[in-house]
Ligand binder design. Structure first.
Ligand code: TXA
Ligand code: MG
Length: 352
């Protein structure tokens, strides 16, 4: 694709907020997608009602046309403008978890363009918990369809610079709101199926949703062969250029395997990066990303916040091999293991 724009990246503060939002809305009205921060990852937004702008999102990202977009709203009225019906179950979840990282898949309103939902009769929607995202949608006055603002297949962007690295020349404006606090994409919960399904785990966890949906199924835990289809799930995701090996299980086994593999990669002249979440054994690599924290909850949050960033940092350092330590698959750990598995080419599982 030829470079169409001199992509502008603007750091937002109280002094320029109004002006930057005006510029963003100008581009949205002109029919060009704009990147903006949310609490999970950066999004690339366009009006849900503008078929042509939606097409530009797909082209800028190189996104397969059959992968639907998430619609971002700031009120229940706005939600009601794109779905045919908000049932009592959905309303309860909206009241409890919105604004926040929970995308609800509901039956779409027939008027909503099929380009947004990639031809599906349902639409995924969420209310972002981020001041700038909310101010932008409010100022524009209409829901914004927005996938993550990365090039398709790359790790989701948690900083404006990541968006620039992937979409430079392809979009007019990136609103820089600093580092995304969450770092993994929203939970996608399908309420059109019975029982309800978690299609993509996120920071609103299975454990948090279960009290509201007793028959809830975490579809991300079902083995690949039997998995219900969510359009986005079949594509390669989150992959850094480096080859990722994922190591899970008992510390002594993981340490042993990593020590051996690090020595082998070193002998082969490969550049290595280690991402560790709890190991305490001495390990030597070219780069070490240390996510160990004093509490498990803190470690999980920090891992969510930094995982994609560390993948991208390893890539810019020309790393060949990333050795990644897994986490326990509960609470936020479900979302993390889901992203880690997708990024990994090799997985080594030892008994816990
Ligand atoms: O946190 C997030 O969700 C970020 C920020 C920008 O809001 N957005 C995001 O969008 O991650 P995206 O496009 O990268 O991922 C959307 C996921 C895809 O896996 C897609 O298949 C799924 O949501 N999805 C969207 N609409 C759907 C629908 N109607 N039925 C099933 N899955 C749907
Ligand atoms: Mg994405």
């Amino acid at each position: 694709m030829t470079e169409e724009f001199q992509t502008k990246i603007v750091k937002i503060d109280e002094n320029n907020l109004k002006e930057v939002l005006e510029e963003a809305v100008f581009w949205l009205h002109k029919g060009f997608p704009v990147a903006f921060p949310t609490e999970t990852v950066y999004g690339l937004g366009a009006s849900v009602w503008d078929d042509e702008s939606i097409g530009k999102i797909f082209r800028a990202k190189g996104r397969p046309a059959d992968n639907p977009l998430i619609v971002h709203v700031t009120s229940l009225e706005m939600a009601a403008s794109v779905v045919s019906e908000i049932g009592s179950q959905a309303q309860e979840l909206m009241e409890k978890f919105w604004p926040g990282p929970l995308t609800l898949v509901l039956p779409k309103k027939s008027e909503l363009p099929l380009s947004v939902t990639a031809g599906l009769p349902s639409v995924g929607l969420r209310m972002p918990n981020h001041q700038i995202a909310i101010a932008l949608i409010e100022k524009f006055g209409l829901p914004l369809a927005a996938p993550s603002a990365n090039a398709s297949g790359r790790p989701s962007p948690t900083r404006a610079e990541h968006v620039l690295a992937d979409l430079k020349g392809k979009i007019p404006l990136i609103i820089d709101g600093g580092q995304a606090i969450g770092g993994v994409e929203s939970t996608v919960l399908d309420l059109t199926s019975q029982p309800p399904l978690i299609l993509r785990p996120g920071a609103v966890t299975y454990e948090m949703l279960l009290p509201y949906l007793p028959d809830l199924i975490d579809a991300s835990q079902i083995k690949d062969r039997e998995k219900p289809k969510s359009p986005g799930l079949k594509y390669v995701h989150y992959s850094p250029k480096a080859t990722v090996g994922l190591y899970c299980g008992k510390e002594s086994d993981v340490c042993g395997a990593m020590t051996k593999d690090l020595a082998r990669f070193k002998a082969q002249g490969q550049k290595t990066a280690l991402i560790i979440t709890s190991l305490s054994c001495p390990l030597e690599a070219d780069i070490i990303f240390d996510l160990r924290r004093s509490s498990e909850q803190e470690m999980l949050k920090e891992t969510a916040r930094h995982l994609f960033e560390y993948f991208r940092m390893a890539d810019s350092e020309g790393v060949d091999r990333i050795l990644l330590q897994g986490v326990i698959e509960k609470d936020l750990g479900r979302a993390l293991m889901n992203r880690m598995r997708k990024a990994a080419k090799e997985m080594f599982v030892f008994d816990p």
